[in-house]
Design a binder for this molecule. Structure first.
Ligand code: NAD
Length: 498
């Protein structure tokens, strides 16, 4: 008997019988560790109805009371992070240290939301007309849906939940069906922190659950993170159904190395950002653009480091890179190695032969490096989302920037150089939402917002930070007159201020 993972609705585990379920693997052993219930119409209805009911009270709950829950949740999350990290590793596969890293980033987003009273201040203009004042309020939207990907089962939900709740909304979270347990753990912590039942629902499932949220009249907004084709679908369907939508998509992040860069530092960065979390990060570096003449030396340094990475069960001490999330995904990523060789790229390191510190049934693939990759090869055009790093050679800085700007994705990018002028020019010219200067994974801190450009984000608001306060509220502007009883009698003219 494997464990059952079910929905969290109205502050408790759902007690119905699921018509459909999905298998959840331990990627380091290849075994099925649990089955997760997939929501159908009745679970979707129950989830949204309880959220709507809870919202009616929460929107009138004071900022101070909301803030108290946020502080309590922050404390609990910090206290229980080791347990949560172990859950993440057992279903996602990333090493424990990396799982703790994603929780730390999630905590940053809670930190920001704890300052909610300061951020929900409106504007006030006294005497815009004689004895007339104008002021603005920010009010919550209602029930909002959060749909998250497998690669950050704790952090991505935490990008949205604290801000949405702080602003007075109720949240229905549809986590990835591949690693669903972290969401239930987090939901229980919110309850323990004092969040009233119904305000955070976890609805498990697949496209049926997602479509149920996208078309439900009582769901007012959708925050989505996942692959580009699904992000595009979420944006078009959600907006067609009258919802506010932010849909963050996939990526192909380029790291430019200029000839004046410190090549040891650049190689360390490329290996860390290319193979951390087995390349299953939307901010992973998947393309290194080596500007002449540094290519040969840089590739040697990258291969030398990547070869030494300890790949294995993320629970074992010393392992730096875990397995891929499912066998299907592992096989798909491995198929790109064949495709790269067939297309004529140079296979500088083949991850299929890497030593593994783990059970043979795990979904393993070691770090792979391709050199002399051309922009028309599938290993360049496609988001592989695995430990496959491509090196493209460029003759000059302008050629490197043109390559990035011609790419359909625009999530993250980085430049490695000792030339401040070149770095400044790069940050100005590059058409990408998040830029690193000698920093390979430029994920903004919690008090900025996170988002890419082009096919990496549909919608106009980024995730967490100040943009969250904008996305999860709507503005109301009040024009009021109290003191002046002599309002001038009937006047059918358009109101003017004097
Ligand atoms: P995915 O698009 O397959 O799934 C994301 C979510 O959408 C899941 O909850 C899934 O159940 C649901 N879903 C999947 N197919 C659907 C469909 N046809 N209709 C409706 N819902 C559907 O993504 P994933 O494989 O879980 O995650 C990896 C992807 O997410 C990568 O492309 C990665 O770049 C991207 N990602 C982007 C960011 C970002 O901030 N831009 C962050 C993390 C991950």
């Amino acid at each position: 008997m494997t464990a059952r993972i079910t929905h969290w609705i109205n502050g408790k585990d759902w007690d119905g019988v699921a018509e459909r379920t999905g298998e959840v693997y331990d990627p380091a052993t290849g075994e099925v560790r649990a089955h997760v219930d997939f929501a159908g119409p009745s679970e979707i209805e129950a989830a949204v109805a309880s959220a709507k009911e809870a919202f009616a009270k929460w929107r009138d709950t004071s900022l101070t009371a909301r803030q108290r829950v946020l502080f309590a949740f922050r404390r609990l999350l910090d206290e229980r992070k080791q347990e949560l990290a172990e859950i993440i590793t057992s279903e996602h596969g990333k090493v424990i240290g990396d799982a703790l890293g994603e929780i730390a980033r999630g905590i940053e987003s809670v930190d920001f939301a704890c300052g909610i009273p300061a951020m929900l201040k409106g504007g006030f203009s006294e005497n815009v007309s004689t004895n007339v004042d104008v002021y603005s309020l920010r009010q919550p939207l209602g029930v909002v849906g959060v749909i998250s990907p497998f690669n950050f089962p704790a952090m991505v939900p935490l990008w949205f939940i604290p801000g949405a709740l702080a602003c007075g909304n109720a949240v229905v979270l549809k986590p990835s069906e591949k690693d669903p347990s972290a969401a239930n753990f987090v939901a229980r912590l919110w309850r323990e922190a004092g969040l009233p039942d119904g305000l955070l629902t976890v609805l498990h499932g697949d496209k049926v659950a997602v479509d149920g949220l996208l078309t439900h009249d009582d769901v007012k907004a959708i925050s989505f993170v996942g692959s580009t084709p699904v992000a595009r679908y979420i944006y078009s369907t959600g907006t067609a159904n009258g919802k506010r939508v932010q849909a963050l998509g996939g990526a192909k992040n380029h790291m430019v190395v200029l000839p004046d860069a410190n090549l040891d530092q650049a190689a360390d960065a490329a290996v860390s950002a290319g193979f951390g979390s087995a390349g299953e990060r939307c901010m992973a570096v998947s393309v290194v653009v080596a500007v002449d003449p540094v290519g040969d030396e840089l590739v040697d340094k990258i291969v030398e480091r990547a070869k030494k990475l300890r790949v294995g069960d993320g629970r074992r001490a010393g392992c730096e890179m875990g397995p891929l999330v499912t066998k299907q995904h592992r096989d798909k990523v491995a198929s790109y190695i064949d495709a790269g060789v067939q297309a004529g790229a140079t296979l500088a390191l083949d991850g299929r032969g890497h030593d593994i510190d783990g059970e043979p049934g795990g979904f393993w693939l070691g770090p792979t490096v391709f050199d002399h990759v051309e922009p028309d090869m599938s290993i360049y055009t496609d988001e592989i989302f695995g430990p496959v790093l491509s090196v493209v050679r460029a003759h000059s800085y302008p050629e490197a920037v043109s390559l990035i700007n011609a790419n359909d994705y625009g999530n993250g990018t980085a430049i490695f150089t000792n030339d401040g002028g070149a770095a400044r020019r790069f940050q100005h010219e590059v058409e990408v939402g998040m830029v690193g200067v000698n920093v390979p994974i430029p994920v903004p801190v919690g008090y900025y917002s996170f988002g890419g450009w082009k096919n990496s984000l549909f919608g106009d608001t980024h995730a967490y930070g100040p943009d969250a306060m904008h996305f999860f509220t709507r503005t109301k502007v009040v024009t009021s007159r109290w003191l002046d009883p002599s309002h001038g009698g009937v006047d059918l003219g358009f109101p003017k201020n004097d």
